[in-house]
Design a protein around this ligand. Structure first.
Ligand SMILES: Nc1ncnc2c1ncn2[C@@H]1O[C@H](COP(=O)(O)OP(=O)(O)OP(=O)(O)O)[C@@H](O)[C@H]1O
Length: 369
């Protein structure tokens, strides 16, 4: 049976330095939940609080509603996979995976069967007699994963498990991890600073900065409707433009510096007439139209052909550097120096208050309550 995890106003201090600041979140049974944020934001610290390597200064962590603050690591029944694999170099794959079961006093026959089953699940059963030094990085990480899950933990914790692998293997392994997690349906908390990896594997993501959660949501929700400018800038690419808001009855108009304006019908009541706002636009949320048409005037400075799309680096007439993506079939190639107009897709762009940096899109929330 899968368990839920409640993190309830937890605080972690190192001396005078508070690195986790009254943080709360709920992980559902069987969920693949990711903590995502820049280096030093407190992800690993929080993960270590869940498994019990770190003390909890304030607040509570509960498993299926039961407080575990004072339960020692070995009694928490959690498996953990580390960035550096942490497998025993002097033991075969089979012995590495069997180790945790032996420590728990499982019988010989039982150990053999469970190790065989798990090695099949992580697809390294053909390597069971190898020593770790004779394995690739991806294979070693599969051993580490097998070792963590063979003990049938209630919770699987992973701390940047893919960061030592090359780019191609990272993609292969993240797909494998996601598949295995779905298969065994274990509540999983995954730590990464790689936003693409987080989007690819997670059911939900908590975006953290400086010990505080910025937003919790599904990958789609966080990408499409970031709660604040930090999330908009951290997840995927965003262009940020200044605009002034004008209220016209129920609708609002965004006025950009060079006279272009866009009507919005999805802003909430916090949007005030005359307010300065920040508009975030994904590179694929521009429509490129010929120069002179309505839009933000810009010139192509350089471009990168990516096969599926062309990525343009442009400069707007009022001096903003803009990144714009044109998918194959959406128009002809624009050589450097081409003048264009950029129109915005009003249903897709995001608008933030300049002062609080928080969204004013209707229904936009940070998912923390
Ligand atoms: N044992 C410790 N003593 C003092 N400060 C610590 C200790 N461990 C971590 N910190 C500090 O706590 C903050 C959060 O660290 P943490 O390792 O949780 O960040 P992170 O988000 O996991 O970053 P990274 O992606 O680089 O691992 C950092 O400022 C770090 O220097």
């Amino acid at each position: 049976m899968s368990v839920s995890i409640d993190i309830d106003h937890v605080v972690k201090r190192y001396g005078d330095n508070t690195v986790v600041k009254g943080l709360s979140l709920h992980v559902k049974p069987g969920e693949f939940f990711t903590l995502l944020g820049p280096s030093g934001c407190g992800k690993t610290t929080l993960l270590r609080m869940i498994i019990g390597f770190n003390s909890i200064e304030e607040g509570e962590i509960r498993l299926n509603g039961k407080r575990i603050n004072d339960v020692p690591v070995e009694k928490r029944n959690m498996g953990m996979v580390f960035q550096n694999y942490a497998i025993f170099p002097h033991m075969t794959v089979r012995d590495n995976v069997a180790f945790g079961l032996q420590m728990r006093g499982a019988g010989k026959g039982d150990i053999e069967k469970r190790v065989d089953d798990i090695l099949k699940i992580v697809k390294i059963d053909h390597l069971k007699d190898r020593m770790p030094a004779a394995l690739s990085g991806g294979q070693q990480q599969r051993v580490a994963l097998a070792r963590a899950i063979v003990i049938q933990p209630e919770v699987l914790l992973m701390d940047e498990p893919l960061s030592n692998l090359d780019a191609k293997l990272r993609v292969e392994m993240r797909n494998a991890i996601k598949k295995i997690q779905r298969h065994i349906h274990i509540t999983t908390v995954y730590v990464t600073h790689d936003q693409e990896e987080a989007l690819a594997v997670s059911d939900r993501i908590a975006v953290m900065n400086n010990g505080v959660i910025q937003q919790i949501g599904t990958p789609q929700n966080i990408y499409k409707r970031p709660f604040n400018t930090f999330v908009a800038g951290f997840i995927g690419l965003s262009n940020f433009l200044d605009a002034k808001l004008q209220k016209d009855g129920n609708a609002h108009t965004l006025h950009f510096k060079d006279g272009y304006n866009v009507t919005m019908d999805n802003l909430d009541e916090s949007a005030k007439d005359g307010e300065s706002v920040i508009v975030s636009v994904r590179p694929e949320e521009f429509s490129i139209v010929p120069a002179g048409e309505r839009g933000i005037s810009a010139v192509v400075e350089s471009s990168v052909f990516l096969g599926i799309a062309t990525h343009y680096f442009m400069k707007s007439d009022d001096g903003n550097n803009l990144e714009v993506i044109q998918y194959q079939g959406e128009g002809s190639y624009l050589p450097d120096g081409t003048a264009v107009s950029l129109q915005l897709k009003s249903g897709r762009i995001n608008v933030f208050h300049s002062d609080s940096a928080e969204t004013m899109i209707e229904g936009g929330h940070n998912g923390t309550n």
